[in-house]
Structures are given as C-alpha cells and as structure tokens.
Design a protein around this ligand. Structure first.
Ligand code: NZQ
Ligand code: ZN
Length: 390
C-alpha cells in the first residue's frame, strides 16, 4: 500500500541538443553576480565552458569563477567555495559539470551564510537549513547521480574518513537544469559506465524494499529495462544520441524523489560504497558495482519474492519449472553478466581496498533499516570480504 506523502519537484528542466539556448532566459531571473563552478577542466577541452561564459557575458553577468571541484568533493574545497561566494556577494551559483560539481554547488549554496561549521551541522548532525540559501542552476555534463533534479549533496572528509550525503529539501534543489545529451559524448568510457551503474543502483536501492503492490516498482522496472537496453548500445557506440539521451533521462527519474514516494527504500549499497569512497576516493559508480553482487546475493533470501519478480520482469528469466530461489538467482546471474559485459569494476581490490581497511570501512557505513535485512557490523565485513573477490 502506498504510504502517505507530499510531493513537489521545483527543478525546471531543459532537455535536448538546444537546451543551452534557454540559459539566458533563466539568468534574467537572478542578480548580476554569478559564481561559476566547474571541475578539473573537461569543460574547457570540450568547449562547454566557452559557450556558457559567452552567454553569461551577453547577459551582463559578473562572473566569479570557482574551478577545480574534484570528483568526490572535499570539505576543504567547500570552505574555499563559501569564502568565494561570500566575497563575491553571489546572486546565483551556476554548476557546470557532473554530480560532484552539482553536489558541491548545493553545499556552497546552503553553507555560505551558515553561522557554524557546515560539515558539523549538515553532514554530521544532519540538521535542516535555517539560513539564506543561494539559488543554484546546473548545466549537466556527466550522467548518473540525479543531482540535477534532487537535493542530494555528498561531501567527503578525508581526515575523518567519512563520505556523507545530506538530502536537502526542495528549497535546495537546482532551480533549473540544462540537460544536453551530446555533452556526455566526451566522457571517458570508465566514467560513462560508472554513471550507468550509479543509475542502476539508485533504482535497485528503491526497488528492493517492501513487498506490496506499488506503482513505483512498475515504473522502476520500466526504467531498468530501458537502461539495460540503451547501455548496451552506448557501450558499442558512445555517440548514439538515442541511447545517450534515454540514459540521461532515466538517470534523472531514477533519483528525483518520485519513485521513492510512498514506499520503503534500502540504500545499503550506497552506504557501503560511500564508506569505500572515503577510504579510497574511488569513482562513485564503481564503488557500487564492486559490492553489489555480494550484497544482493546475501540479502536475496530475505526478499525472495521481489528478487524473483526482478528476475522475471527485468531480466526475462523463464520461471517455468523452477523454484523461487532458482529464478531469483538466475536474475542476479544475468545482472552480473550484463555488468561484466559493459565493463564495470567487479571487486574492491581494483579500487585500492585492502584487508586492513575492512573494519574501518564497515564502521564508516551508516546502517539503514528500510531494506530486506538490517545488516550488522559483522555482516558488512563479510560482504566487504566477498567484494575483495577474484
Ligand atoms: O572534473 P572534470 O575535468 O570536469 O572531469 C570529470 C570528472 O573527472 C569528468 N567529466 C564530467 N563530465 C565530463 C567529464 N569528462 C569528459 N567529458 C564530460 N562531459 O568525469 C569525472 C567524474 O565527474 P563527477 O562529477 O565526479 O561524477 P558523478 O556525476 O558520478 O558525481 C559523483 C559524485 O556525486 C555523488 C557521489 O557520491 C560523488 O561524490 N552522488 C550524488 C548524489 C546525489 N546528488 O543525489 C547521489 C549519488 O548516489 C552520488 O552519491
Ligand atoms: Zn549513487
């Protein structure tokens, strides 16, 4: 049964090859000073930077630059961005990049006028925002996180060995996001497929929970089928517009809050993956792929009916003459085959995880209670051991 909820998503999306044409119209809604946030330079190489800057200039904006946002943005970088935003008396933050740039922009948005340490307030204590919020707009260049249409903002504190996401309310969602699938064509294959698995994982985190008849589960099965189909095409031909545009759209719907409404959610793969990220700084999507098979095989018996449904509805497993366990296992086997086929990282050793880290990674894993099995510390260690694999 659907639980009670309220739903609103204030992010305005512009989607397609001409999406950037709408930037100047959006800019007219904000004051003169724009903090232009971007990553390590990919947007300078592929020309997106020049296009954005010329629109900002033509719109009469004062540009304050904040470059160098690293994958898995750090708390030190956040402090630096806040200083820059305050000094520049910024009216709008424009994030041009992937999830890291977009997440960081949201963190700067809520932290610049925060009276105390934002790491303590938002990430350790998970408190709500009670100060001025600087509006954020986004031009997305990497697909996976859904950050373009949600309130998620993940920050890493290497000193404390913690990577934590705060899911802010819809007053922190980007005001607008520009989604041009061709911008993703220049992504290296490793990033592209990591993004594909991030999408898959977001859907599975919300799918593998509850055992009711829930519309969200049907929506997710459709999203998963489309993702699997398009990912195979995109891996062979990264500039296939149809595949890449479908995937961009799936990523947004996978994590823009809609499919989670009225149902329980799991999120343990992400919690383990984030803790691995805090130790290794590995690419987010690969931290998820490396632990997923051991995790799902472990929890399968606790949610057997849903795993069976997943096998049949998503992976077309023929159920005739088989036990529930056989059907469910076959679904997971097919998922693993697809993961290997597109080239995902299947073990954490490859990401730099060592045996000595396992206890610490398990301690840094936040235990959520919405999935089929509430894990203990020892169970997390066992899953991590299994994930060292091959
Ligand atoms: O920094 P540059 O030079 O731009 O290069 C980036 C970066 O190295 C590169 N890249 C991005 N667009 C490109 C490109 N290279 C060539 N062509 C392009 N068009 O890709 C690399 C990775 O970028 P990043 O932004 O780090 O990737 P992603 O979008 O996967 O973001 C990862 C971060 O988002 C968080 C993750 O934890 C991680 O910190 N997440 C945010 C979520 C949310 N807001 O809800 C949920 C997710 O589960 C996730 O946790
Ligand atoms: Zn993710």
């Amino acid at each position: 049964m659907l639980g009670n909820f309220s739903y609103s998503n204030p992010t305005k999306l512009y989607f397609g090859e001409n999406a950037l044409d709408y930037l100047s119209g959006e800019l007219s809604n904000y004051g003169k000073n724009v903090l232009l946030i971007y990553g390590g330079g990919s947007i300078k190489k592929n020309g997106i930077y020049d296009q954005v800057v010329s629109i900002l200039k033509a719109s009469g904006k004062e540009i304050i630059e904040d470059p160098g946002v690293m994958p898995n943005p750090t708390v030190e970088k956040l402090y630096e961005g806040c200083k820059r935003a305050k000094e520049g008396n910024v009216d709008l933050i424009l994030a041009v990049g992937g999830g890291s740039v977009c997440d960081y922009a949201k963190a700067v948005s809520v932290s610049t006028y925060c009276a105390e340490d934002p790491w303590d307030k938002y990430y350790l204590r998970m408190e709500d925002v009670d100060n001025k919020i600087i509006p954020v707009g986004c031009v997305l260049t990497m697909v996976g996180t859904g950050s373009e249409m949600n309130g998620g903002s993940v920050i890493t504190n290497h000193e404390q060995k913690l990577k934590i996401g705060h899911v802010f309310g819809d007053n922190v969602f980007p005001k607008f996001s520009i989604l041009n699938p061709t911008y993703t064509f220049t992504l290296p294959k490793y990033q592209m497929i990591a993004g594909f698995f991030d999408i898959m994982s977001h859907i599975l985190e919300q799918y593998f929970s509850g055992d009711d008849d829930n519309t969200s589960d049907y929506i997710m099965e459709g999203l998963l089928r489309s993702l699997i189909h398009s990912s195979k095409i995109a891996v062979k031909n990264p500039t296939d517009y149809e595949a890449r545009s479908n995937i961009m759209w799936i990523a947004t719907w996978a994590l823009n809050t809609l499919v989670a409404k009225g149902k329980a959610t799991d999120w343990m793969v992400h919690m383990i993956g984030q803790s691995i990220g805090a130790y290794t700084d590995a690419t987010h999507g690969m931290t998820l792929s490396a632990v997923s098979m051991p995790y799902y095989r472990y929890i399968m018996p606790y949610g057997i009916q849903k795993f069976k449904r997943y096998a049949v509805n998503v992976w077309d497993v023929d159920a005739v003459g088989k036990t529930d366990e056989q059907i469910a296992s076959e679904g997971l086997d097919r998922m693993e085959t697809w993961m290997r086929e597109i080239g995902l990282v299947m073990n954490t050793k490859e990401l730099g995880v060592t045996d000595e880290m396992l206890d610490g990674i398990a301690k840094g894993t936040f235990i959520m209670e919405g999935g089929y099995k509430v894990l203990t510390h020892d169970e997390i260690v066992a899953i991590l051991k299994e994930s060292m694999g091959e």
